[in-house]
Design a protein around this ligand. Structure first.
Ligand code: SAH
Length: 529
């Protein structure tokens, strides 16, 4: 008699495009296919003419026993599971039934487990990239597992900042489990933590909801949903749920963390928690004779055995912010500089930026203390990143002071406001505009008792150009509202990372001002041709 075989097949989320080649082949190869009714329907086109056994959802053990019985008769039997058969699927059950009979593969039937795309992967792909980092799956079904243990696992995963995929989150009868889970998660995670709900991934009734931890229960969650809970760094960007590859160490005023640019990511100083302790000198030195892995291993051993590890592995975050002496004030006093120097110390950094700021980064756990000290000394502080910066001229050392209150009001209303991309508002107090307002994203020039406004300069690149003059001689009382409205329109409608000039070009109109092309390419006749 032919030796029987069991093929335990994970057929992926549902559609054939996401089924592996081997899974498809195995179903075709089988004499008999056994599975839960709904799943059999999903692969119905592959099983025509075959012997089939369709069972209800809770009859998993029966399914495994049937499969063994049929294989013992010499048949090739495919037992199908959605997703991956080795994760809350049939693979383990088949082995358990066989073990019970004292089966050994050498003499008995053969078994092949065929991997499939599990819901964690398919649902993550539909949400964006929410997994990316250490993650775990937890089934909320207390059908085969005591609830106490599930609770413990949720608690541990929440505490350890795992991205969590909840399988079997809720059914007609099981509704409290997901509520309890949310309650535990809220002990450790921000209520705004992104949460993705994916129902029937890659099936006909696919439905995706992007929500957060506090609101998740206000949406439909059922037997066909997988719930993906972000970790502390997960965020939404342009309708996608993303978990960055690593942790962020930088933050700015009013923000807990700040995106690192890709170029900053692998610098040792932004990774104080790594084995090298954030210090360049601890990185392994590559010598020709040694292989790199051996060098790293030796160095690592050296670090952990000799260094004061407590001190080295301390993870003080980096606080970044900008300071300036004021909207028109350009000079800094000795005591201001001394205070700044003291705060920056040996390990911090100060750099000046193209927009009249000193950008400061210091390691600290207590930013409030730093900001309070600097403000007492007369420094004005702003966040860094994609925010509004208002930069005034020096108003001829304060002599041409008539328009300063307007600059101050605009700064007070808009400075530090989060926008799609850094936005510079230049405010110059006379028609000379020697601080270059017309080359800022928004330029304001005070002239003969009224304002001229320029929009959409491009100050960088080879095709740089000035802003487009949109208003001339605006009366004083209308200025502040106009500028605030322009910025708000950009904040609301700009795409992430879209610079102001690109936004103006794309939407063609801001606050009723029509876009005009300001860049004229220069044609050069090549005399050699
Ligand atoms: N073996 C399967 C899991 C079976 S447990 C796998 O690896 O994916 C059943 C749970 O899986 C469901 O409650 C749901 O949480 C999840 N699930 C399975 N298929 C899904 C799909 N297509 N879309 C969303 N969730 C799915």
């Amino acid at each position: 008699m032919k030796k029987g075989k069991i093929l335990v097949v994970g057929f992926g989320p549902g559609d054939e495009a996401h089924m592996t080649f081997r899974a498809r082949e195995a179903i075709v190869e089988a004499d008999m296919v056994i599975g839960y009714k709904t799943y059999m329907d999903l692969v119905s086109h592959l099983i025509k003419g075959k012997a089939i056994i369709r069972t209800g959802m809770t009859e998993e053990v029966t399914r495994a026993q049937e499969a063994v019985k049929e294989a013992e008769q010499g048949k090739t039997v495919a037992v199908i599971s959605s997703g991956d058969a080795g994760l809350y699927g049939m693979a383990g059950l088949v082995y358990e039934v066989l073990m019970d009979k004292g089966w050994k593969e050498e003499e008995g039937i053969s078994v092949e487990v065929i991997p499939g795309i599990t819901a964690l992967n398919s649902c993550a792909a539909l949400l964006g990239a929410p997994v990316m980092h250490d993650a775990c799956t937890i089934s909320l079904s207390d059908h085969l597992t005591p609830w106490e243990l599930i609770e413990k696992r949720v608690e541990a995963a929440a505490q350890a900042d795992f991205v969590i995929a909840l399988y079997n989150p809720k059914s007609g009868r099981r509704t409290r489990q997901i509520e309890e889970t949310q309650r535990i998660l809220l002990k450790y995670r921000d209520p705004k933590t992104p949460v993705g709900l994916v129902k029937s991934a890659y099936r006909e009734r696919q439905h995706i909801v992007m929500t957060n931890l506090e609101d998740m229960l206000n949406h439909e969650i059922g037997m066909l949903t997988t719930v993906i809970i972000g970790n502390n760094s997960t965020f939404y960007y342009d309708g996608k749920m993303i978990t960055p590859r690593g942790y962020q160490r930088k933050y700015t005023l009013g923000e807990e963390k700040q995106q690192l640019k890709p170029s900053e990511r692998l610098k040792p100083e932004t990774e104080p928690w790594a084995l090298h302790g954030g210090k360049k000198e601890n990185l392994p030195k590559f010598e020709k004779k040694n292989s790199l892995p051996a060098a790293i291993a030796n160095e690592a051993l050296n670090i952990v055995t000799t260094a004061k590890t407590d001190e080295m592995f301390k993870q003080t975050p980096i606080f970044e912010f900008a300071v300036s002496p004021g909207v028109w004030e350009k000079s800094m006093s000795a005591s201001q500089l001394a205070m700044l120097a003291e705060i920056v110390g040996d390990n911090g950094e100060v750099r000046y930026t193209p927009d009249h700021y000193l950008q400061v980064s210091v390691e600290t756990d207590s930013p409030e203390e730093i900001t309070a000290r600097l403000e007492r000394e007369g420094w004005e502080l702003s966040p860094v990143g994609n925010v509004v910066h208002v930069k005034g001229c020096d108003f001829c050392d304060g002599e041409k002071k008539e328009s300063i209150p307007y600059a101050a009001e605009i700064k007070q209303k808009l400075e530090g406001l989060k926008v799609p991309k850094i936005l510079k508002i230049g405010f110059n107090g006379c028609g000379m505009a020697c601080y270059g307002a017309v080359t800022d994203d928004i330029g304001i020039v005070y002239r003969r008792g009224a304002f001229d406004v320029f929009l959409g300069a491009k100050s960088i690149g080879r095709n740089a150009h000035t802003g487009q003059p949109v208003v001339e001689g605006l009366v004083k009382d209308e200025l502040v509202d106009l500028i605030v409205n322009i910025v708000m329109e950009y904040k609301e409608k700009g795409l992430p990372n879209e610079r102001f000039y690109k936004f103006f070009k794309r939407v063609q109109q801001i606050q009723g001002f029509q876009y005009q092309e300001m860049y004229t390419p220069v044609e050069v006749n090549n005399p050699c041709e």
